[in-house]
Design a binder for this molecule. Structure first.
Ligand SMILES: CC(C)(COP(=O)(O)OP(=O)(O)OC[C@H]1O[C@@H](n2cnc3c(N)ncnc32)[C@H](O)[C@@H]1OP(=O)(O)O)[C@@H](O)C(=O)NCCC(=O)NCCS
Length: 175
């Protein structure tokens, strides 16, 4: 699998994915944000096409958003080709994205927000080390009914080691 930056030539493919109603039901606004079709490029975002192999067909998009000086960012992924769901490609792409986040960009933590009903996505995130930090009900006032979402977080190995040491130190202090 390969991740490569999105280019102008990818527009027809991105428009096709944006036109897929079934896909939009799972992703909400995330698909248009990830595709960059309806937004200006931002220096704090990094969007990539997911290719099965170099030069082969693209199957989806993933990216990091709001990359911040404090070492954090938000992550997003959408496999636009529905026939590729359920084959482990999502976690494979996420692993490459996290390598980039924690290696090249030296981030310490990435997080995401996912509908609590999207069990396939939640499982895919868990497979690459995301843990659920919070379960929230959002939109109660705007939508008239609440939508359950999970906030999930992943830490770089260095940050995870620091967090473990800190937890052990606190528990030793408590006796
Ligand atoms: C979410 C997504 C990236 C996951 O990637 P994927 O390659 O399909 O993930 P996987 O093949 O590893 O499947 C993940 C898990 O879901 C399970 N799964 C498969 N089909 C499922 C289904 N129809 N319903 C629920 N779970 C399902 C699998 O069993 C697997 O868990 P396991 O490996 O422990 O058995 C991809 O499906 C996708 O892009 N979906 C549409 C967009 C979306 O929902 N994006 C996330 C928005 S937050």
């Amino acid at each position: 699998m390969v991740l490569r930056p999105v280019s102008a030539g990818d527009r027809p493919l991105l428009q096709r994915w944006l036109g897929d109603r079934e896909l939009r039901k799972c992703t909400g606004r995330r698909l248009s944000i990830l595709s960059g079709v309806r937004a200006l490029p931002s220096p704090t975002d990094a969007q990539f096409l997911v290719l099965l192999r170099e030069g082969e067909r693209a199957i989806g998009l993933c990216g990091l958003f709001g990359i911040s000086d404090d070492g954090t960012a938000e992550v997003g992924i959408v496999l636009g080709e529905r026939d590729t769901w359920g084959r482990g490609y999502g976690p494979e792409a996420l692993r490459l994205l996290l390598d980039h986040a924690y290696g090249d960009l030296a981030l310490s933590q990435v997080s995401l927000c996912v509908h609590a009903a999207n069990t396939r996505a939640i499982r895919a995130y868990e497979k690459v080390g995301f843990v659920t930090e919070q379960r929230l009900t959002v939109g109660r006032w705007l939508l008239g009914r609440g939508v359950e979402v999970l906030i999930m977080t992943s830490l770089s190995s260095t940050s995870a080691e620091t967090a473990t040491r800190e937890a052990e130190r606190c528990s030793a202090l408590r006796g």
